[in-house]
Design a protein around this ligand. Structure first.
Ligand SMILES: O=C(O)CCC(=O)C(=O)O
Ligand SMILES: [Fe+2]
Length: 296
């Protein structure tokens, strides 16, 4: 039992914990949210079971964690996520709420074996200057098997590096450019190892998405070797937790310290997840990041 009465059950895995003693609607008090945020920073993600939320309840819960429809999120969302917002004829789906996105797989919907981006390791929206804090997902309908979501604990990945490499990463920056996908968005610069404002711990931040880029100040050979080191742990899955969805699961991950990806396609199975994101940058943090400096 934690300070605010939460029941914490860490998964037997490098990331993730189930949290009981709390429900999402109405949204928990500020104290409880603060404690949940600490747990999410520590475990990378948490799961609260049996939360069958409406869109409005889902958004209200996400808003307790930060601004759920932040303008810098919507600008991109309109470009990218419109294509996966289609869920015609489903009860409870309005399609009208900005910030609410459905990920749908299965017969009769979009089966997406070829959705290469979601099946590769990534952090969401690292092309934004302010790292997105939280993704809040509610499992509306779950498959009998398959369509897991995988998470990789990038704090552990950073801390497992040798001391020399860690020292090299501190103060190292890399450009995240996604102009090939979003021509209107300028490239941004992020620390290679992002310090988390709550835990003070560093994580390797969003590197697979820019693995072809070279950290600023390194030559191409050094850069390529470093990128290989920073992504090499992903395929063996050393820091990976694979989440099997149950209907009503409410998962919140901290996008600053885990990577995620969709597991393999499960042909013939249906899975519907609803996602709302929440940004949590304090004005000071936003200003600091805008200058391309690490958060202190
Ligand atoms: O479909 C999944 O399991 C992962 C979806 C994803 O990448 C996301 O929610 O940002
Ligand atoms: Fe994603």
């Amino acid at each position: 039992m934690t300070q605010t009465g939460l029941e914490l059950r860490p998964f037997d895995a490098p990331a993730g914990a189930e949290v009981g003693g709390v429900s999402a609607s109405p949204p928990p008090s500020e104290d409880v949210v603060a404690e949940l945020k600490r747990l999410i920073a520590e475990y990378g993600c948490i799961v609260i079971r049996d939360q069958h939320l409406t869109e409005d309840e889902h958004v209200a819960f996400a808003e307790a964690f930060g601004e759920a429809n932040v303008p810098w999120l919507n600008a991109v969302e309109l470009d990218t996520l419109a294509r996966i917002k289609e869920l015609p004829g489903r009860p409870g789906y309005t399609g009208a709420r900005p910030g609410v996105v459905y990920f749908v797989n299965g017969p009769g919907y979009r089966d997406t074996p070829d959705d290469g981006y979601l099946q590769g390791w990534h952090a969401d929206m690292t092309h934004l200057q302010v790292p997105l804090s939280y993704a809040v997902l509610n499992a509306v309908e779950t498959p009998r098997y398959g369509y897991e979501t995988w998470l990789s604990n990038q704090t552990r990945a950073y801390e497992a590096l040798d001391a020399e490499t860690r020292a090299r990463l501190d103060g190292l920056f890399i450009t995240h450019s996604f102009q090939h996908v979003f021509p209107r968005l300028p490239p941004v610069v992020h620390p290679v190892a992002l310090e988390h404002p709550l835990s003070g711990r560093r994580s390797i931040y969003g590197i697979p998405g820019v693995a072809d880029a070279c950290p600023l100040g390194l030559d191409a050979t050094e850069g390529a070797a470093l990128m290989e080191k920073l992504t090499g742990h992903l395929e063996p899955g050393t820091f990976t937790y694979k989440h099997t969805w149950r209907a009503g699961d409410l998962m919140i991950w901290d996008n600053r310290c885990v990577l995620h990806r969709r597991g393999p396609q499960a042909k013939g199975q249906t899975r519907i997840l609803r996602r709302v994101m929440a940004g949590d940058g304090s004005p000071q943090q936003v200003r600091t990041l805008l200058q391309g400096l690490p958060v202190h």
